[in-house]
Ligand binder design. Structure first.
Ligand code: SF4
Length: 284
């Protein structure tokens, strides 16, 4: 059974599945495998990442002034997706050859839960082979009971209406409208799935965080009215406000809004530390 990973696969790594040293250093520029988690509760924690390809959403944010910002992992979602099938065995070997003293693995995407069946098998094998904490980064639109049993932290990032990929945005990026674009707005918030994550975490002694990417102070109304007021079982400490920021320039533009919103509501501010540390490189 194979998983479709994006071009980074397991990253950042210095050795392949056979244990051979790779010719090039990882994009972090360091000679060690691994990086740090850049967002949310575990910011700064040494981690290995596994990026799965494909997503059921197609986010393009409004930045104001008629400018737009596309999903920060477009190579795993938009247009020609650079993906490769990996067997569970080969992923386990890459982890074994690169894990060192790292005790934290992050499953990210795209939307990883689209491959729930294969991913459940991978997570089971990871837990059998390594003493590690597993984070699942998801847009929260799909919940899977079996997969969730192996996850320690659910890092859920529900998408606001500013991400809707309308025709004007698609035109700007030279993209042709498909059903996935047309369905984005009706799919982006699945309250029943979000509640399942929160309830599952509560009942099974696991953690969760709801991360909202914002661009303007008015986003708070949508976060409260359309999402948080319709969910139960969360506290202020579970809510993270993050500036839009696939680039340093975007981070500079949107950090003041995110900071102000977080402080005014008693929520937490999340940095995007990997942008500060490694610029806009992928695989970091
Ligand atoms: S949900 Fe995440 S991975 Fe999917 S399109 Fe939106 S930003 Fe990209």
């Amino acid at each position: 059974m194979k998983l479709l990973l994006s071009e980074e696969g397991v990253f950042p790594v210095t050795r392949n599945d056979k244990g051979e040293l790779l010719k090039n250093l990882p994009n972090t520029g360091m000679s060690v495998s691994g990086t740090v988690q850049g967002e949310g509760r575990l910011t700064g924690t040494p981690s290995l990442f596994i990026r799965l390809a494909g997503c059921n959403l197609r986010c393009i944010w409004n930045k104001g002034n008629g400018e737009y910002s596309i999903c920060d992992t477009p190579h795993s979602v938009f247009g020609k997706v650079n993906s490769k099938p990996f067997s569970v065995d080969s992923i386990i070997s890459v982890i074994r050859n690169n894990i060192g003293n790292i005790r934290h693995i992050v499953i990210t995407g795209g939307e990883p839960v689209l491959q729930a069946k294969q991913l459940t098998l991978l997570c089971r094998r990871i837990k059998e082979n390594f003493d590690v904490h597993l984070t699942l980064e998801t847009n929260g639109t799909i919940f899977d009971d079996d997969l969730s049993g192996f996850i320690d932290l659910f890092s859920i990032s529900p998408k606001l209406s500013a991400t809707n990929p309308d025709r004007e945005k698609l035109r700007k990026f030279g993209l042709t409208e498909t059903d996935v674009h047309r369905n984005h707005n009706s799919r982006r918030i699945n309250l029943s799935s979000l509640q399942s994550y929160i309830d599952f975490a509560g009942m099974n002694g696991k953690s969760f965080q709801l991360k909202f990417v914002v661009t303007e102070l008015q986003d708070v109304d949508e976060i409260r009215t359309d999402i948080l007021n319709k969910l139960t079982g969360w506290t202020r400490d579970d809510i993270f406000i993050m500036p839009l920021g696939a680039t340093k320039e975007e981070l500079r533009q949107f950090t003041p809004v995110a900071l102000e919103m977080a402080i005014a509501n008693g929520w937490r501010f999340s940095p995007r530390m990997h942008i500060d540390l490694f610029n806009e490189n992928t695989g970091v």
